[in-house]
Design a binder for this molecule. Structure first.
Ligand SMILES: [Zn+2]
Length: 89
């Protein structure tokens, strides 16, 4: 069982959260022409990294805020959590 330190609520069980995917994916700029392949890559193409990774989690049974979690995908160790709009160092 993971325990995630929500920056809004504090330490909570993983059961209160829903995984939201890779937090490093950037949406293409608005009103910019992009190819079908670039759009396809944005929508469907995801890496499956082993090791430290920045992820989105939704505190669905708590404050209902989206947060970013820096987690090791092989050990599940959580290094740090951030508010969704917080700059990452
Ligand atoms: Zn929360």
């Amino acid at each position: 069982m993971l325990y995630i330190n929500c920056p809004h609520c504090g330490l909570r069980s993983q059961n209160e959260f829903a995984y939201g995917g890779d937090a490093t994916v950037k949406r293409p700029e608005l009103n910019k022409e992009i190819s079908d392949q670039e759009w396809d890559n944005f929508v469907y193409l995801r890496k499956s990294p082993r090791g430290k990774h920045l992820e989105l989690w939704h505190h669905i049974s708590g404050c209902r805020q989206w947060i970013k979690v820096e987690r090791d995908t092989s050990t599940h160790e959580i290094f740090k959590t951030y508010k969704a709009n917080e700059a990452i160092e």
